[in-house]
Design a protein around this ligand. Structure first.
Ligand code: PMP
Length: 304
């Protein structure tokens, strides 16, 4: 992640980034007990917009609910989330596209491991929007590390501590000369990457693991599914076997920090002819237009 911009929302105000610190004995630090989301803010001249901000807020609320953080939903609604986003972007005045990371931290120092009723603190910071995977052809490796199942640490909740799973798998992929990993579940079915969802195309049909396959229900995943349906592309959400990726016509990934980016290689096997396939191209184009301007779905929020 790039360095945060100098102004950070922390607690209940905007402060200098050096003032936004958590105590060493808080559960957020000790156990990774925080939940978060990352959303994009696009800057076109004087126009600033956020993409699917309401859905990001809703996913943050749901992550809190799954983990048992009960204070956030009592104190925050979408209007407050929007107002803070607006103020934070105004304070930093970025001249380019940025990401905003919003986190709810359990900042209490308590004996033992529990969460219900604990005090939380919200942080939001801005950083330059740089893709985390190559945009001109990704090389992926299936990971020896399995995806954490829903009944251990749910991937559906964006819990900071759970990202140790992603770190293990991504580092293994990098150490092996690849760009990113593919997580499988305990039964060998495909889940997702370290921080992106995965799609494949076979015989003109778009296929992706369904939301009960130990994945994050990615907001760009949902976006691409909607856009594909509008383009008349048949879509199936189901279990995916690892070897289906080896014989797919196209494979691509989606995510706020990954974009919509095509895969050229999985486990040393070329995907199709290693080119940017027609369905991935169509959806990438539609996606990059939609994130900045969208009268059809109401996904773009104007900031001041
Ligand atoms: N899966 C994981 C594990 C992620 O961390 C992310 C990034 N938030 C995604 C998928 C993609 O989600 P989104 O489209 O909401 O950014």
């Amino acid at each position: 992640m790039a360095t945060p911009y100098p102004k950070v929302y922390f607690g209940d105000s905007i402060v200098g980034s050096a003032q936004a610190t958590l105590g060493v004995a808080t559960s957020a630090v000790l156990y990774g007990l925080s939940v978060y989301t990352v959303f994009p803010v696009h800057v076109d001249g004087t126009r600033r917009t956020a993409f699917r901000l309401r859905d990001h807020f809703q996913r943050l609320v749901e992550s809190c609910k799954i983990i048992g953080i009960d204070q956030f939903a009592k104190e925050w609604d979408f209007e407050r989330f929007l107002a803070v986003t607006d103020e934070l972007i105004g304070a930093n005045d970025p001249g380019r596209d940025v990401f905003v990371r919003a986190t709810v931290h359990v900042d209490e120092s308590i004996p033992g491991t529990r969460v219900r009723g604990c005090h939380t603190k919200v942080s939001m910071f801005v950083y330059n929007a740089t893709p985390i995977v190559p945009q001109d052809g990704i090389r992926l490796k299936t990971s020896p590390w399995r995806r954490i199942p829903d009944d251990a640490i749910p991937s559906r909740a964006k819990v900071n501590g759970a990202y140790v799973n992603s770190v293990l798998a991504k580092q293994d992929a990098i150490d092996s000369g690849y760009d990113d990993c593919i997580f499988l579940d305990g039964n060998g079915h495909v889940c997702e990457l370290s921080a992106a969802n995965i799609f494949l195309v076979r015989g003109g049909t778009l296929i992706t693991p369904d939301p009960s396959c130990d994945i994050l229900d990615g907001i760009n995943r949902r976006t691409v599914l909607t856009l594909a349906a509008e383009e008349g592309i048949p879509v199936v959400e189901r279990h995916v076997d690892m070897t289906e990726l080896y014989i797919a016509d196209e494979v691509f990934v989606t995510g706020t920090s990954a974009g919509v980016a095509h895969v050229v290689e999985v486990d040393g096997r070329s995907v199709g002819d290693r080119v940017h396939g027609p369905i991935a191209q169509t959806l990438r184009k539609r996606h990059s237009a939609t994130v900045r301007s969208d009268a059809l779905h109401g996904w773009v929020t104007e900031l001041s």
